[in-house]
Design a protein around this ligand. Sequence first.
Ligand code: FAD
Length: 412
Amino acid sequence: MPYYGWDEEHLSLVRNTIQKFCQKELTREYVRWMDENVDFPSEDLWKKLADFGYFASGIPEEYGGSGPPVNPYEPLILQEEIATAAVAVMLGIGAAHGFGTGFISALGNEEQRREFLPKFAKGKIKMCMALTEPGGGTDILGSLRTTAEEDGNDYVLNGQKVFITGAHVADFIPTFAITEKNPSKRSEAWSIFLVPANTPGLTIRKIPKLGIHACACNEIFYDEVRVRKDLLLGRKNKGYHFLLGGGGAVSEGNAGEARARQAAMGLLNAERIATSLLSLGIAKSAYADALKYSLERIAFGKPIGQFQIIQNYLVEMAIQIENARNLIYGTIALSLMGKPSMIQAQMSKIVAARASEYCAIKGMEILGGYGFTMEYDMQRHFRDYKQMVFAPITDEMAVNVIARMLGLPKSY
Ligand SMILES: Cc1cc2nc3c(=O)[nH]c(=O)nc-3n(C[C@H](O)[C@H](O)[C@H](O)COP(=O)(O)OP(=O)(O)OC[C@H]3O[C@@H](n4cnc5c(N)ncnc54)[C@H](O)[C@@H]3O)c2cc1C
């Protein structure tokens, strides 16, 4: 393998182990059933993932975890394989566990880390990330309106969030809110609050959506929601810096090396990689289904996979998948070498989303009429990929970010 730090023997073992888990627990029938019947992966599945050791990995042993993975690529392989078997499950894990541990590991004070990380390690707690508002997700600095005002020992939150994945199952809702009315810069106005989901004044409404049904998103309404001051995560007015990678400056105290690295990468940069793996999973799954079908379906006395145009589609799918995987893993290799990887993280998001789009659309072509029925899984890939194109950042905005990093004038 070309990636820095790659250990073929160990990582093949990891891949085999997670594939076996997926073959047993995320069968095609079960995944289809989930898409039709649930709005979040079941507690039973969550427990199986905990027993597998997924949730403990990466959490330090002193906080109840199993410590860092043996090889830093391990989490990527686990995520890629789970997303290939069931993208909704991986999205649920990313929202409920990934965001939660990200917030607490990077920003939590010692008390919060002692309280929450052991629960995360056992899969006993869920969080999410409540950032986007109805005013718009792309211009997030310009559109955030939710406020948190100090009142005695509390902050009082008022406002609204939209599209928040997994909020309906979260125990705590990390919420971005304005704490500085007249900031020198808009980026110096936000703080993050760990809002208990059962706080009076907080209501959650599920939003029906086109795809990834087994991991719902929600609207959240904050009406005089009172949270204790000690539920402020990290430093006041530094929430935006955390989002984009402000490093140790956003967390209290002396952040350890891993914490600082995590915070420096920024929640959104990490999210870009995680989303790329979701896209890669959809692309791989659509490709596998299309390849299988092309070898079985007969037209003019031959398998359709013998026709040149179908081969072109399949080869282009394979190229796009390989490209996406190389960019994602290469981005991690760069960061492991301590080199800048922000541009590559944005590019990974775009290339992987486009791979999922190409594979789902051409997969539909290859299946012909059957692709359009609800009896084949291609329609699910076709519905699911769309979320990857605009969340967590739209491809258009990711292009804007790359353009600026390449030294082009800001277009917005
Ligand atoms: C299913 C789902 C799950 C989500 N989960 C979460 C979550 O868990 N937590 C969370 O906080 N958010 C979440 N989001 C929100 C997501 O991050 C936003 O939808 C995304 O950032 C886009 O924002 P928007 O939908 O408001 O589109 P808008 O910002 O309104 O953009 C609309 C269109 O205009 C384009 N556009 C805007 N500005 C520019 C520009 N300067 N240049 C070029 N084009 C531009 C966009 O690219 C897009 O095509 C989720 C969204 C969805 C749909």
